[in-house]
Design a protein around this ligand. Structure first.
Ligand SMILES: [Zn+2]
Length: 65
């Protein structure tokens, strides 16, 4: 397929909105956004699943009651 090589094209990072060379952007596996390398290394700023403090359903140890 005659796709353009993108050698001289510019692209906008989906995270930091800065302009980068098209070929320097990478596709983020989770979101399929086109992001720059530095943004790809950063953790996602979205809601973080906090696992701490999950209440126990039955806190009584075995053998009681
Ligand atoms: Zn970026």
């Amino acid at each position: 397929m005659p796709y353009a090589a993108g050698k001289f094209a510019w692209a906008i990072c989906a995270r930091c909105s800065l302009r980068f060379k098209y070929l320097s952007l990478v596709t983020e596996p989770e979101t399929f956004y086109r992001v720059c390398r530095s943004c790809l290394d950063e953790p996602m700023p979205k809601k973080r699943a906090k696992v701490d403090g999950v209440p126990l359903r039955n806190p009584r140890p075995d053998g009681e009651g």
